[in-house]
Write a protein that binds this ligand. Structure first.
Ligand code: MG
Length: 454
């Protein structure tokens, strides 16, 4: 497997993503970082402790002392990194199914490593040139019990507590047995909300639902919103850097609609908003309406972060960025995606109107996503060649920043290989549902035909 994809490195634990692999990643990262101290953290996955132990061993072997944060959301580990100026090896597979795990690397500034830094570590990994120290200089380990509490405190310091408390909200929360189970219930209670929960015991077997916060995994949450007469439902992924919402009627809110609503509240004329090449027409429309610049990047949080940093260096203000999967940045707060903080910003919008009305302007768009799995390079090649052939023939506007995006004015379709799983994804969006389905299925048909012949 490639060491680092668009969102770190992930695989089925103990098959692709073995302790040996993580040990080597940690040795390579520790060698490049040359830090006295490195933190190791994890989400709730059943294989998390095993892999965190491997990471700690690798780091100690190249001379780093290890701060073990235990189970904590990725943004909590990033807050620790920033506060203590230590890099972090985060063991998480984010939203992937329970059998997966992964490694995400965070710099001593609390920001996910940029592609160039990952490449340096990847070179060390492949060359196996680790700077192992003498026995007397190997690192030691200590448990940090306070990291979760300090993360919740920092969230409370950054949120608009008074406004949210005054709105007197009932929040239905589904942390999906992930790392947010240990921080989000307390956070929303301390914000002055009444909190009801489902799937909120940390459990790496994810008995109640899979970690990905998509509607088919969130039926319990929709029902809980209705049963508890809640004002809003909030769901996280496994490492709680994402937040997905339900309205007061128990209806799922598209992540793109949430991003558009939050962006509409944040953007002033001349600001920039950064999103990926699968950006929704909703955000295009909001940026136009606010006279803000929309900047597109290849898909993957590291690409978005790099672009935000580039813009900030040019003194451009980027108050909000992110993707329609619930992973949203508020760079004035911190350059990380944070599910709890994102939810707090959404709760602020409920002061004046119910959730359904907050997102109503972004209704009426339809998204379609089709995954085509492949096994082996030949099938993968055939799928991508079929997409390229379609690109050669189309009269739509073409963007090839990452995959093939066809813009038709009223609709668009994007075809690209997943960075983390063996599949090619087709995305389409239009105002009318049938139009989106038609475009997606047209592409699917071409690709499936090519795959059958491979
Ligand atoms: Mg995540």
């Amino acid at each position: 497997m490639k060491v680092f994809g668009s969102s770190g490195t992930r695989g089925v634990a103990n098959e692709e993503l073995t302790p040996q692999f993580v040990l080597k990643v940690a040795e390579a990262a520790g060698t490049v970082w040359r830090a006295d101290r490195v933190a190791v953290a994890r989400d709730t996955r059943a294989t998390g402790q095993m892999l965190a132990d491997a990471a700690a061993s690798g780091l100690a072997s190249v001379g780093a002392n290890v701060d073990r944060l235990g189970v904590i959301p990725t943004p909590g580990a990033q807050a620790y990194a920033e506060r203590e100026s230590v890099p972090v090896v985060m063991i998480t597979a984010s939203h992937n199914p329970p059998e997966y795990n992964g490694v995400k690397l965070v710099g001593a500034d609390g920001i996910e490593l940029a592609v160039a830094d990952l490449e340096r570590i990847e070179q060390k990994f492949l060359a196996e040139k680790f700077e192992k120290v003498r026995w007397s200089e190997t690192g030691t380990s200590r448990e940090i019990e306070s990291a979760r509490r300090e993360y919740v405190d920092s969230l409370l310091d950054s949120a608009n507590r008074e406004k949210i408390a005054d709105t007197d909200l009932t929040v239905a929360l589904d942390p999906g047995h992930g790392a947010g189970s240990l921080t989000s219930p307390e956070f929303f209670r301390k914000l002055g909300c009444r909190v009801v929960t489902t799937n909120s015991q940390p459990d790496g077997h994810f008995p109640g639902r899979n970690p990905e916060p998509v509607p088919e995994n969130l039926e319990d949450l929709g029902a809980l919103v209705t049963a508890a007469d809640a004002d809003v439902g909030i769901a996280h992924d496994g490492d709680a850097d994402r937040a997905i919402f339900y309205d007061e009627n128990g209806e799922y809110i598209e992540g793109d609609a949430t991003l558009a609503a939050l962006a509409a509240a944040e953007l002033d004329p001349g600001d920039s908003v950064v999103s990926a090449v699968n950006v929704s027409q909703r955000l295009v429309d909001v940026a136009d309406d606010r006279e803000a610049y929309l900047e597109l990047t290849p898909i993957g949080s590291t690409n978005i972060i790099t672009r935000i940093e580039d813009l900030q260096k040019k003194d451009r203000h980027v108050p909000v960025a992110g993707e329609g999967n619930g992973g949203i940045f508020f760079p004035d707060y911190r350059l990380s995606r944070d599910g709890a903080f994102t939810a707090a910003r959404f709760l602020e919008l409920l002061a004046d109107q119910p959730a359904s009305e907050v997102v109503a302007p972004y209704d009426g768009y339809h998204n379609v996503r089709i995954n085509i799995e492949y096994s082996g390079d030949a099938e993968r090649e055939a799928l991508l060649e079929a997409a390229e052939e379609a690109a050669d023939e189309t009269d739509a506007d073409l963007t090839t920043l990452d995959g093939y995006r066809f813009d038709y004015g009223d609709a668009w379709v994007l075809t690209r290989p997943s960075g983390t799983e063996p599949m090619v994804r087709i995305y389409a969006e239009a105002r009318g549902e049938s139009r989106a389905i038609e475009l997606a299925e047209e592409m699917e048909e071409r690709l499936r035909a090519a795959k059958a012949e491979a």
